[in-house]
Write a protein that binds this ligand. Structure first.
Ligand SMILES: N[C@@H](CCC(=O)N[C@@H](CS)C(=O)NCC(=O)O)C(=O)O
Length: 349
């Protein structure tokens, strides 16, 4: 049974109202026509329709949202309509709470994955100075973010969180096959790897590791090159409703100072001389990989897991000057904008 059939069955079982709507819809209206296709094909077909696409989250969105999206699409002057199906948007039995720093690349990698699949989640903004939220609310000695509480289980480290989420989505039949890089498959892959030197998923794994080890670590020194930049990077603190005025004031002042002071140490640790040159070298390495695919994404017509991770990593510094510079680079812009469409805005609640 293919993924689309499985999904449709699950959907019919779990959301009878939507099932009735789908079953009784007469004629080949766009959503009903699309929902019968594998979401993979559907998204790809629409993504490659070209032009400035409008996202119509019709297939998996609740009725009111569907109506809203449909009218937005209808009033759009764009030359094509892309339906970005969110294959996991109907899954409500996975409870996800993400402990994060808003500008943490590892946290944003997870958020991009959740947004791509349409999984709903809540976030807890961690006070970077005290880390009280982790200390008071979680039973762990781990003191970094992201930490994710998934169905009551505390999972630390972005790569472990990602694997846990992949497993959960795989079990529900909604994970893109190319996004399945869990250890369960790794053993098999390793066998295959002995036969073929570059399987798709081993390439995927190399890139996802590259995001953590190369790209993510380059962002920090690039957003803290001087005090004004560090100040800008900590501006988000003002918008954290859960922080008291004192917490905001302390973080607003001490945060940028600490970040600026740490910049040199980080550069030394990772052997970075010219952070701007190093970041663009990394970003262009990625642009080369996208170009080599001959399509919109590194994964081809559909984003690979690496596409999602790189995008999340870069989105972490949204609103900062470095972000503007990177995403407006002619070698990055088209890919980034296409990713922004497929990942969509955050489904954070
Ligand atoms: N390997 C970890 C790295 C996480 C990490 O380094 N997070 C940083 C924030 S971007 C952190 O929490 N650093 C400790 C601190 O702020 O004290 C992962 O992938 O989750």
């Amino acid at each position: 049974m293919n993924t689309a059939t499985q999904l449709l069955r699950t959907l019919r079982r779990t959301t009878p109202r939507l099932a009735r709507t789908l079953n009784t819809r007469s004629g080949p209206s766009a959503p009903s026509m699309l929902i019968r296709q594998p979401w993979k094909t559907r998204t790809a077909a629409l993504l490659t329709a070209g032009g400035s696409a409008t996202i119509l989250r019709a297939a998996w969105a609740p009725t009111s949202k569907r109506a809203m999206c449909a009218s937005a699409a209808a009033s759009s002057v764009s030359d094509s309509i892309a339906v970005s199906a969110k294959p996991a948007a109907h899954i409500s039995d996975i409870d996800i709470l993400l402990y994060q720093y808003k500008i943490c690349p590892f946290c944003n990698k997870i958020k991009a994955f959740l947004d791509f699949y349409g999984l709903k989640y809540r976030t807890v903004e961690v006070n970077p100075l005290s880390k009280d939220e982790i200390k008071n609310q979680l039973d762990t000695t781990y003191r970094k973010v992201p930490i994710c509480v998934i169905n009551g289980e505390t999972v630390c480290d972005s790569s472990v969180i990602l694997q846990t989420l992949q497993d959960l989505l795989h079990d529900r039949g909604v994970l893109l096959p190319s996004h399945h890089t869990t250890p369960r498959l790794l053993a098999k892959e390793q066998e295959e790897q002995e036969e073929t030197s570059s399987s798709t998923s081993s390439v995927e794994r190399v890139w996802t590791e590259w995001v953590d080890k190369d790209l993510a670590v380059l962002l920090f020194p690039n957003i803290t090159r001087n005090f004004p930049e560090s100040w800008q990077a900590f501006a988000y603190i003002n918008d954290v409703d859960t922080f008291s005025t004192t917490q905001k004031m302390l973080n607003r002042v001490l945060g940028p100072v600490a970040m600026w002071a740490a910049q040199g140490k980080i550069k030394k640790k990772y052997n970075i001389e010219d952070e701007r040159a190093a970041m663009f070298k990394a970003v262009y390495k990625w642009a080369d990989a996208v170009e080599a695919s001959g399509d919109k994404f590194q994964g081809g017509r559909l984003p690979s897991l690496a596409d999602v991770c790189v995008f999340g990593c870069l989105r972490s510094i949204s609103g900062l000057d470095t972000h503007t510079e990177v995403v407006n680079d002619p070698r990055v812009k088209e890919w980034y904008n296409a990713m922004a469409i497929v990942v969509g805005p955050t489904t954070e609640e």
